[in-house]
Design a protein around this ligand. Structure first.
Ligand SMILES: C[S@@+](CC[C@H](N)C(=O)[O-])C[C@H]1O[C@@H](n2cnc3c(N)ncnc32)[C@H](O)[C@@H]1O
Length: 270
């Protein structure tokens, strides 16, 4: 079942058109293109559009999903990685009445972390390209008694209207995205004026220190992929801060989307 609040927020990510719900299918109101809803999860992807690194990681996470929670809960703490959750929760500002989007929610670890730190929200939407990860996330959410609306989609083309979320965040996937710039700009597009945004992933230092067996699963496409994607954050965003977490092994960028009067003041500045 789709949560009622979701449908009015959604668009066809490829045409930008609104969607109508008919039985268990979302239909583009102008083109008639349809998107199935699989066990309550709208599948907002055209398979032929998932290519390059996105396809590689979609497939990889579709089988990694069976081990992901074990790696995160049992193996990562052996290397002190559990500490980073504390640091993330401290930085993220989430309130009870917020509508929150996590792009690349995975099995839901970051949401559990926020809830553990008393940072509950009114409505939480989680999007991921891997259905396997979403299936695990749904199971976890039941265990945590958390109400999440999950969507299968690509973080580079979000299936949401402009300006709907109070908090938009992403942790842990963007280094290996096919198009990081689109992923950042899409997060900003769907954020309300005044919304808080957070983008984090590992740095090269983590790669150097983690066991080489882990690195084998991450294929380095070359270039400076472990750098925080600050170059894609538009100049008019406010309070742009780059935090260093986990002893330099992770970055987290935080910023605020200006409201229109702040934007006008900025544009009017000489
Ligand atoms: C390391 S996991 C992080 C999951 C979660 N955010 C966490 O911190 O535990 C990376 C996630 O990014 C997802 N992902 C990779 N490419 C994506 C894309 N283009 N769009 C959406 N999700 C993507 C993967 O399926 C995977 O679930």
């Amino acid at each position: 079942m789709l949560q009622e609040k979701l449908l009015p927020l959604m668009i066809n990510p490829y045409t930008g058109n609104k969607l109508n719900l008919q039985d268990d299918v979302l239909i583009d109101e102008l083109t008639g293109e349809s998107f199935e809803i699989k066990d309550g999860v709208p599948v907002m992807l055209r398979s032929e559009e998932v290519t390059g690194l996105n396809l590689t990681y979609q497939r990889r996470y579709d089988w990694l999903c069976y081990f992901y929670d074990f790696l995160a809960d049992v193996v990562a703490p052996l290397f002190g990685a559990d500490k980073v959750f504390e640091e993330i929760a401290e930085i993220m500002d989430v309130g009870n009445s917020d509508w929150v989007l996590e792009t690349s929610i995975g099995t839901g670890k970051q949401i559990a972390n926020l809830l553990d730190h008393g940072k509950a929200a009114e409505f939480i939407v989680g999007l991921d390209i891997s259905y396997g990860m979403l299936r695990r996330c749904r199971r976890n959410a039941r265990r945590w008694n958390a109400s999440l609306q999950l969507i299968q989609g690509n973080a580079e083309t979000l299936p949401f209207q402009n300006e709907v979320f109070d908090v938009v965040f992403h942790i842990g996937g963007i280094n290996f995205f096919e198009d990081k710039e689109s992923a950042v700009l899409e997060m900003i597009r769907v954020a309300k004026p005044g919304a808080r945004l957070y983008i984090g992933d590992e740095t090269e230092k983590l790669l150097e220190e983690q066991p080489s067996i882990v690195n084998r699963y991450y294929q380095d496409p070359g270039g400076d992929i472990y750098a925080a994607p600050l170059e894609y954050v538009p100049k008019h965003m406010l309070d742009v801060t780059s935090h260093t977490l986990f002893d330099g092994k992770m970055y987290l960028i935080s910023f605020e989307k200006p409201n229109s009067s702040e934007r006008e003041a900025e544009v009017g500045d000489p």
